[in-house]
Write a protein that binds this ligand. Structure first.
Ligand SMILES: [Zn+2]
Length: 346
C-alpha cells in the first residue's frame, strides 16, 4: 500500500511539472494520454495495481487514485482553456501586417489661400485684424459713408437679425476697418480676412456666405502710388511675376477715388477669344480698391488734413476659383474629400 501511495504522490508531482510546460493542443493531448491513457496511462496502471492490495486497503487507495484523477481532469480542462485563449490572441496578432495608416488632416483650400495671403502681407509689415460677424448698421454702413436710403445699399441684399433691425450679418469685412481706426491712431497697416454674408441664391459664382480679405493703410503722406505699389507687389507674389495688372475707375462709397483691379488671364494670357475663364477679354477682375474717403476718416476722428490712406478688398473664394481652376464656388463647401485632397498632396 505504501508503494502505491508513493506512486500517487510521485505522479501528482510529475503531472504538475509537465503541466506547466504545455503550450499547445498537441502538448495537452500528449499529457492527457500519458496520465489517463486507457492502456499505458499512469492512472490506469495505478488502478491495475489495486488488485495486489488487501480488501481493506483497496477502497482507501481507490479513493486516493480517484482524487488524483479528478485533479488531473480539472487541471487539463484549465490548461485547455488557456491554450485556446492564447492561440486566439496569437491568430489576431499578425506581425507581418503593415502599420495602420493614421489619416492626417490638412487645411481646406480656402484656408490655405487665406494663409498664403496673410503671409504675403505679413512680410510687407501688415498685421491681421479680426472683428464680429454680427454687426450694427452703423459699422457695416453708416460709418462707411452709406447713409440710410443711400442707393449703394441696394447692391447688397443684407441679412438682418430678426426683431433687431439695427443688427445684421456683415456684408463685408470693412466694419473692422472702422473698429481698428477707433481703437488706435495711425500709422495703421492691417488686413482683415473673414466670413461675410449676403442674401444670395447659391449658383456657381454666388453664395450667401463667403470669405473676403480687406486691407487698410493710414499714415502721413499715403498716396495712390502706395496703393498701386502694394497691390502690384501682392498680386505678383500670389499669382505670378509675369501677370499684367490694370486699374479701372470705379465707385465705392467709402473710397475716393476708387478702382477695380484686373489681372491678365492666367489661362489664356489674353490670346484665346473663346477662353472660359476671362470670356475672351484677357482680363480677370480680382479686387476693388481706393483712397479712403476723407469723410470716413472724420467719422473715426482721424484728421484727413494730416492723414490719408488706402483700402482694398477681394473675395477669397472667387480668387481661389482662379488659383485652383475650379468653375463652381459651391464645390468648396460640399466637403467632398475627393476634391479637397487634390490641393493637399504631400
Ligand atoms: Zn482667358
Amino acid at each position: 500500500m505504501q508503494e502505491i501511495q508513493e506512486k500517487i504522490n510521485q505522479y501528482r508531482l510529475k503531472f504538475e511539472e509537465e503541466a506547466v510546460r504545455v503550450r499547445d493542443r498537441q502538448g495537452l493531448e500528449a499529457l492527457r494520454v500519458q496520465f489517463l491513457g486507457r492502456k499505458r496511462g499512469y492512472i490506469t496502471k495505478l488502478i491495475e495495481n489495486l488488485k495486489h492490495l488487501s480488501p481493506e486497503e483497496r477502497p482507501l487507495m481507490g479513493k486516493e487514485i480517484n482524487e488524483l484523477k479528478t485533479y488531473i481532469l480539472a487541471k487539463l480542462e484549465e490548461i485547455k482553456h488557456n491554450v485556446v485563449k492564447t492561440q486566439k490572441k496569437v491568430s489576431h496578432l499578425d506581425l507581418t501586417l503593415p502599420g495602420r495608416q493614421i489619416p492626417l488632416g490638412a487645411p481646406h483650400p480656402l484656408v490655405k489661400l487665406q494663409e498664403e495671403i496673410e503671409s504675403i502681407f505679413y512680410q510687407m509689415g501688415f498685421s491681421v485684424e479680426d472683428g464680429p460677424e454680427i454687426e450694427t448698421d452703423y459699422y457695416n454702413f453708416e460709418a462707411l459713408n452709406f447713409p440710410p436710403h443711400h442707393p449703394a445699399r441696394d447692391d447688397w441684399d443684407t441679412i438682418y437679425v430678426e426683431g433687431r433691425e439695427d443688427l445684421l450679418l456683415r456684408t463685408h469685412t470693412s466694419p473692422v476697418q472702422i473698429r481698428a481706426m477707433e481703437k488706435r491712431k495711425p500709422p495703421i497697416r492691417i488686413i482683415i480676412p473673414g466670413r461675410v454674408y449676403r442674401k444670395e441664391t447659391p449658383d456657381p459664382t454666388h453664395l450667401p456666405m463667403f470669405f473676403q480679405v480687406e486691407g487698410l493703410v493710414v499714415d502721413v503722406g499715403i498716396t495712390f502710388a502706395h496703393l498701386k505699389g502694394t497691390l502690384e507687389s501682392f498680386l505678383r507674389r500670389l499669382f505670378s511675376e509675369r501677370i499684367k495688372i490694370r486699374f479701372r475707375p470705379s465707385f465705392f462709397p467709402f473710397t475716393e477715388p476708387s478702382a477695380e483691379v484686373d489681372i491678365s488671364c492666367l489661362v489664356c494670357q489674353g490670346k484665346d477669344s473663346r477662353c472660359r475663364v476671362c470670356r475672351g477679354s484677357g482680363w480677370i477682375e480680382i479686387l476693388g480698391a481706393g483712397m479712403v474717403d476723407p469723410q470716413v476718416l472724420k467719422n473715426v476722428n482721424i484728421d484727413p488734413e494730416k492723414f490719408s490712406g488706402f483700402a482694398f478688398g477681394m473675395g477669397i473664394d472667387r480668387t481661389a476659383m482662379f488659383v485652383y481652376q475650379i468653375n463652381d464656388m459651391r464645390l468648396f463647401y460640399e466637403n467632398d474629400l475627393r476634391l479637397l485632397r487634390q490641393f493637399n498632396r504631400q
